[in-house]
Design a protein around this ligand. Structure first.
Ligand code: GLU
Length: 424
């Protein structure tokens, strides 16, 4: 098992330790032996590659990339590809494990995987990013494919990245393979509704959580951390559902307006300036302060570990809906449970993306595409089923939602493994 990391100032040891602790707890609740625990704790396959890149000025740089396949007991591995300067192997391992639980929880016929390249994409041209993507893809080529491991976008990557990956894989195969990756452009075998799916799923679970607490969407308030693909859509769909979004943020800062933010105007401002800061119709506030605002819904939709032992006690939201993967550390989870905050865990709240990735893969494999309304209603059905199952499990085991969701998912994966048996 990967060795533990040092504790940081906020009391967290990093996402991999959080992921391992969540698994350890589920294994204890389910009463599995150490053999099963070790099997689920260890990635099945992982590769680290060097990516030599010729920059536009002719100089050469060597980047590092990873692909971790955590598990494939239930089907091909599935998970995004992240481009970020903070990417390291342990982060990718944690994200791959969470993908296994997410896919099992949503009852998708997939295992879990994740990829990452240590790069700040904002500092590279589109042509350079294309060369990085194609070289990374060719380095991991034997591992991926529609029946092996199906990448998708994550932080720092998008539909263009997926088009380059699909093309690189297809050229090497000698024919076009649309099911190689998901999150592709709609004009290239992507699915209608994929781009907004994660945000839609976040809002569907947020509204279910409000109903569970006896609250109406109209009159409820929300703060959204992160204004990328997930946060931006979540804020818009929350507002459409009648929730007053009173704060939003990105890496550069946060803004707050207790009367509600005009999201259309904010999106236009972000298009123009590249950031939410200096939005006229709101007050600039500290990023940390956004997490402690008195709201009904707090939606962390950026990166891991933002709610930690150092600030969890100050969270005043009634519900935390995790748009990001791993935004709450395990020590923060314990504090939030003590103060009675409902946490809708990432593997449920942000699963809309991979659910519609699954729909995209099914459509691409059949070469038969669905209407957007069909995608959206099938997504809503999946999210509702998973929400009800997690709630029932939490009730039955008397556990917080994250632990219940992890137990449900781990049980499904362990059961698939048991039925397949050990070879040889
Ligand atoms: N990167 C997204 C996630 O973390 C989507 C993964 C996928 O669609 O495979 O869930």
């Amino acid at each position: 098992m990967p060795i533990g990391s040092p504790v940081d100032a906020a009391g967290s040891r990093g996402p991999l330790d959080d992921a391992q602790e969540q698994l350890r707890h589920a294994v204890d609740v389910l009463g599995y032996d150490e053999g099963v625990h070790r099997l689920l704790a260890s990635p099945r396959r992982e590769v680290t590659v060097s990516i030599p890149l010729r920059r536009d000025d002719g100089s050469v740089e060597v980047l590092t990339g990873h692909r971790v396949q955590h598990n494939f007991s239930r089907g091909p591995a599935k998970g995004g590809l992240r481009y970020s300067p903070k990417v390291d192997l342990d982060e990718v391992r944690a994200l791959a494990m969470w993908m296994t639980w997410k896919c099992a929880l949503m009852d998708l016929p997939y295992g879990g995987a994740k990829g990452g390249v240590t790069i700040d994409p904002s500092k590279y041209s589109a042509a350079e990013l294309e060369r990085v993507t194609r070289r990374y893809t060719s380095e991991i080529l034997p591992m991926i494919g529609p029946t092996r491991d199906i990448p998708a976008p994550d932080i720092g990557t998008d539909e263009h990245t997926m088009a380059w990956m699909m093309d690189t894989y297809s050229v090497a195969s000698g024919h076009t393979v649309l099911g190689t990756v998901t999150g592709k452009p709609v004009s290239l075998g992507g699915s209608l509704g994929r781009a907004s799916a994660t945000s839609r799923g976040v809002v569907l679970t947020a509204l279910a959580a409000l109903r569970h607490l006896g609250l109406e969407a109209g009159g409820s308030t929300a703060a959204v951390q992160g204004f990328g693909k997930v946060g931006r859509g979540a804020a818009r769909f929350l507002a459409e559902a009648g929730v007053l979004v009173i704060a939003a943020s990105d890496e550069q800062g946060a803004i707050w307006n207790p009367d509600g933010i005009d999201l259309q105007a904010l999106e236009a401002h972000v298009e123009q300036t590249g950031s939410v800061v200096h939005f006229g119709a709101a007050t600039g506030i500290d990023n940390e302060l956004l997490l402690t605002l008195e709201v009904d819904l707090l939606v962390p939709a950026a990166v891991e570990g933002v709610i930690h032992a150092g600030n969890a006690g100050s969270v005043r939201a009634r519900v935390v809906v995790e748009g990001a993967n791993g935004p709450t550390t395990t020590s923060a989870d314990r504090i939030l449970a003590e103060i009675g905050t409902l946490v809708v865990p990432d593997i449920l709240a942000n699963a809309g993306g991979v659910v519609v990735s699954y729909f995209e893969w099914v459509q691409a494999n059949q070469a038969y595409w669905w209407h957007e309304a069909e995608v959206e209603s099938k997504l809503a059905e999946r999210m509702d089923t998973a929400w009800c199952q997690v709630l029932a499990e939490a009730d039955r085991l008397r556990l917080p939602l994250r632990q219940a969701a992890t137990c449900l998912a781990v049980r499904r994966v362990a059961e698939a493994h048991r039925q397949r048996g050990l070879y040889p």
